[in-house]
Design a protein around this ligand. Structure first.
Ligand SMILES: *Cc1c(COP(=O)(O)O)cnc(C)c1O
Length: 422
């Protein structure tokens, strides 16, 4: 082979050996580089569905050093391994494989890069006082992921099988679950189309993967109530849209309005966007959380209120569902899922009927609200009448405590599942 031929073929290794670089004593590159784990971009399989009993495990040869829990930054550290399952049309699912954490080599024509054929989940693994690892309602996440996958015209899969593969993955990564209350191992199951095509069509292949990242509490220095910017120009979700699915395409466009909300000219800056919807300015969600109000309603009843899941503009949060269940079980006040509007919220605020307002989601569990900015006016939201300096109201706090005590296995509850030692 001629030298130009080699360059044309971009065959650097052959070129290097032709030039003698791989000769003994001159192989600096080879000496310092650990051998990379070469994994195929897509593994063609023949299984008709996800089959966890055939799971393959390739253990990392380079385990990472774990940092102190206090130094953790959200989404910056990953564990040693990842779970991967591929699907190819007319061929099937690959066996699930737990392999060293690695990058993907993506063809530039990959449909996901162009048309956002991707969806995801977020859930956490918690360490209890017996050193067991627990997941909180993981079946709900797998269920929601399946719904999102189908919305993207990607094929369905056996939910129990994916859950089992995930459990085995968490079992392998159990040493990564921090041993501290408020800390956890964040799991990010993701599904995306892998076909290299510029055609806007149903992809002929997809990848399911799960990565994990140890995380600290959302509020490092204790819960801080947030200021919201009620947003009626930009819209997060709409009837007939995809706001009720966790699709990647729902989130990218929210970053600009979120950035604009931080503008110091808006009362020194707002923390989060309160998403309003439609001509009635319906109160929907906050940032990437569901929103709850606890108030005295027009009939003078104490009521916990949140938007309903009926029109597709609300993400069916698992924390949201848990809060509704817990509050109904308490039976101390009315619990209502119905459309509520900015007008109702502001009227209640003027009439001093608002008791507490908070967001809910896996990351923070609850996020208390202290102020809402709407049409250049700042409205204060009470939290605790007996302690004006409190960051969180008593109902918000009780819900947080109840959910955390289930997540960390301090109370027995069917929502908390111990991860088996396989
Ligand atoms: C993920 C998410 C939530 C919260 O869902 P959880 O299951 O409680 O974590 C709420 N709203 C939006 C828009 C979300 O993406």
């Amino acid at each position: 082979m001629s030298l130009s031929n080699l360059i044309q073929k971009n065959n650097i290794k052959h070129l290097a050996s032709a030039l003698g670089l791989f000769g003994a004593g001159f192989c600096f590159h080879k000496m310092v580089q650990p051998k990379p784990t070469v994994l195929p971009w897509i593994e063609k399989g023949t299984e008709s569905d996800i089959n966890p009993s055939k799971l393959k495990f390739i253990k990392t040869k380079n385990p990472k050093k774990k940092s102190k829990p206090e130094d953790l930054v959200f989404g910056a550290t990953y564990t040693d391994h990842m779970l991967e399952i591929d699907w190819v049309r007319n061929s099937g699912f690959s066996v699930p494989r737990i392999v060293p954490f690695h990058d993907f080599v993506m063809p530039p024509g990959c449909c996901t890069i162009h048309y956002a054929l991707t969806c995801f989940e977020g859930l956490k693994a918690y360490r209890d006082k017996n050193n067991d690892i627990r997941l909180f309602r993981p079946d709900r996440n797998v269920d929601r992921l399946l719904g999102s996958t189908k919305r993207l015209s990607l094929p369905g899969f056996n939910k129990e099988a994916l859950l089992e593969a995930m459990m085995r993955y968490v079992d392998i990564e159990r040493s990564w679950v921090p041993n501290k209350r408020g800390y956890s191992l964040y799991l990010r199951p993701t599904v995306f189309g892998t076909e290299a095509t510029l055609g806007v069509k149903e992809p002929s292949s997809m990848k399911i993967f799960v990565i994990a990242s140890p995380v600290g509490p959302y509020y490092k220095h204790g819960f801080k109530a947030v200021r919201l910017l009620a947003e009626d120009k930009y819209c997060r979700a709409w009837e007939g849209g995809t706001g009720n699915f966790k699709l990647g395409s729902n989130y990218g466009p929210t970053i600009l309005p979120q950035k604009l909300a931080h503008d110091p000219k808006i009362f020194g800056g707002c923390d989060q966007v309160l998403w309003l919807y439609g001509p009635k300015k319906e109160v929907t969600e906050v940032g990437t959380m569901n929103l709850f109000g606890f108030w005295i309603n027009e009939n003078q009843e104490k009521e916990l209120i949140t938007a309903p899941l009926t029109d597709g503009t609300i993400l069916p949060g698992i924390t949201r569902d848990s809060i509704l269940n817990i509050a109904r079980e308490w039976g101390e006040f009315k619990v209502t899922e119905r459309t509520w509007t900015m007008e109702e919220l502001l009227k209640a605020q003027q009439e001093k009927r608002i008791l507490e307002v908070f967001g809910s989601g896996t990351a923070a569990i609850v996020s208390p609200v202290k102020e809402i900015v709407y049409q250049d006016q700042l409205y204060e939201i009470p939290r605790n009448p007996s302690d004006p300096k409190a960051e969180m109201g008593p109902i918000t706090k009780r819900l947080l405590d109840r959910i955390q005590s289930i997540q960390y296995g301090e109370v027995q509850h069917p929502w908390s599942q111990v991860v088996k030692k396989y």
